[in-house]
Design a protein. Sequence first.
Length: 106
Amino acid sequence: MVTAMKSHAEGLLWFASFGCLYAAALTSSKVYLPLIAVVWAVTGATVVPLHFIRAWRKLGAVPNKTQYAAWVRFETLCIVALVDSSVGRRVRLRDGFTLTRFLFSH
């Protein structure tokens, strides 16, 4: 019962996150855009880490651990590269070091 409730809550967060993008695309009123942006940021910042935490915890329970671990690792690297490329443009460490360059240079 508890796991069904957790997955239902996660589904509602995904729905709210993508629903905000849809609402922002449909609205022509500038009054609602800040509210939509805040709701999207909060739900996105909540549901994405929740997805990865649950995915990595499930690793011990799946029968095809190697393939599942490769897929979750790929998902994790993609989201890290996405966040780093968007944040890294604004925040550069010394000598132009970014996390994406570090991960993919080795």
